[in-house]
Design a protein around this ligand. Sequence first.
Ligand code: UP5
Ligand code: MG
Length: 194
Amino acid sequence: MDQVKPKVFFVLGGPGAGKGTQSAKMVEKYHFVHLSAGDLLREERSKKTQNAELIEEIIKSGQIVPSHITISLLESAMQAKGLDKMFLIDGFPRNQENFDVWIKLMGDKVEFKKLFYFECDEETLKNRIKIRAQESGRSDDNDETLVKRLKTYNESTRPIIQYFDSLSQCIHIKADKPIDEVFQEITKKLDEIL
Ligand code: UP5
Ligand code: MG
């Protein structure tokens, strides 16, 4: 008998594009399991494990944590939730190394479905993060790190999105609209494929 493979959707977009906000809504309506790679890394950092310091250093500098750390957290979380589930993996893969290592370690273990790409202009991204910074307590929600996060996104993550797009595996969502309007577009496009 074939082994059940978890279904995986990736969710990408710039810092503040609404990946977390919309994922929460998708969990409610479609019973996805939401795994934010950033949340998993922040949780790992708070456990004071041997990787904690490294993770904090990288997050604060707006760079990308080595793939084996992130993927091992993602795989453990998937196993804990149950492999028969449909996962929204938010904020991953962020660069070519993430993607290559994912394919090597997880490619055969999951059924990849689509990548959601939340398109949002940089001014809107900056404004949202500035507002959230007032109360998020995130060590990367400050002007200096935000510039670096945007640079990393433009240089390393965009090419990954373009790659999926070239394979017609990318669902484009206009993410610079009010939250409910963005979600409407998601449901319209998701209902066509589920
Ligand atoms: N908001 C959301 N949608 C809105 C809308 N439509 N209209 C108005 N306001 C809206 O939203 C951000 C803010 O905007 C909130 O206040 C929200 O209310 C409002 P959110 O849903 O949180 O956006 P999101 O895209 O999730 O933004 P986030 O800041 O989480 O994105 P990042 O990609 O920067 O953060 P992430 O947590 O994924 O990664 C953080 C860091 O971890 C990375 O920079 C990196 O250093 C590290 N990382 C890795 O190294 N590897 C990984 O695989 C993942 C992360
Ligand atoms: Mg997020």
